[in-house]
Write a protein that binds this ligand. Structure first.
Ligand SMILES: [Fe+2]
Ligand SMILES: [Fe+2]
Length: 260
């Protein structure tokens, strides 16, 4: 099974890149399912129901997210009914939405887990390593294909997690930093791994935000409203995992970068 993982989609430019490249890549590499991190899909902050539906129409099979999924109040009104949307599974009991799901595409059943790291993240989270162990056992009753979006800041935490789940998860892709890393590997026991897929949005920006606003905040230390950079060339970042359906292990991993 070929799974295309797309990192954080930044507002309108990111959605435009999906509209352009998902059909193209379908023809070129015949992926079976596409997972997209949508925490910045609506104007750079969170997700609206309208954007959720737009992404479904574009053919996105599973949406993962992270700390920014709560940026728009509207999310609370539809997250429990958004069956293709996940939020990190290690939020405490009582947080709406769900953190993992079992999906089926082209006749193949696969599980997706969304987790968030704890290092440099200001969230009240349970430990993602332990939460993975519990959910993994659940999913394994249905399928041996288990894909994880590990939404985290520190590459060290991401690598530690990758090695911790090596041989159990089929694939682990990192999100959140918006910066792609060149460390895609098949780990020793067969887990396809990359620390961060990187964002899709205007590349001449500060992780998707208008540079002048980010620079002012960093230089002067004053609060500044952030807006998505919408002018300029758009980069599309993704990683393709080819997973052996009988073993649940990754047999090839490839980074994909396109410009619009
Ligand atoms: Fe993000
Ligand atoms: Fe994030």
């Amino acid at each position: 099974m070929r799974i295309l993982a797309v990192g954080d989609i930044i507002g309108k430019p990111g959605r435009k890149a999906l509209r352009e490249f998902l059909p193209q890549l379908k023809d070129e590499i015949a992926y079976d399912a596409v997972i997209v991190n949508v925490e910045n899909a609506a104007g750079g902050f969170g997700l609206t129901q309208k954007v959720y539906e737009e992404l479904l129409e574009l053919g996105v099979d599973v949406m993962t997210s992270g700390n920014h999924i709560w940026d728009r109040k509207e999310i609370y009104s539809f997250i429990d009914d958004a069956h293709n949307l996940l939020r990190p599974a290690n939020y405490p009991e009582g947080v709406p939405g769900r953190g993992f799901g079992i999906f089926k595409k082209n006749g193949v059943v696969f599980g997706v887990i969304n987790l968030m790291g704890k290092v440099f993240m200001e969230c009240n989270l349970e430990n993602p390593f332990g939460v993975f162990d519990e959910i993994y056992e659940e999913i394994r009753k249905e399928t041996n294909i288990v894909v994880v979006d590990f939404h985290a800041e520190a590459t060290s935490e991401k690598w530690a997690f990758g090695i911790y789940v090596d041989g159990r998860a089929s694939a682990v892709f990192g999100t959140h930093t918006h910066i792609p890393t060149a460390d895609e590997f098949i780990l020793k026991k067969g887990t396809g791994y990359v620390s961060d897929v990187g964002m899709s949005g205007v590349w001449y920006s500060v992780i998707g935000v208008k540079p002048a606003q980010a620079i002012e905040r960093l230089k002067l230390g004053v609060p500044r409203r952030f807006e998505v950079e919408e002018k300029g060339q758009v980069v599309f970042n993704a990683v393709l995992f080819d997973i052996d359906e009988s073993t649940g292990k990754t047999i090839s991993i490839e980074r994909i970068k396109r410009f619009l």
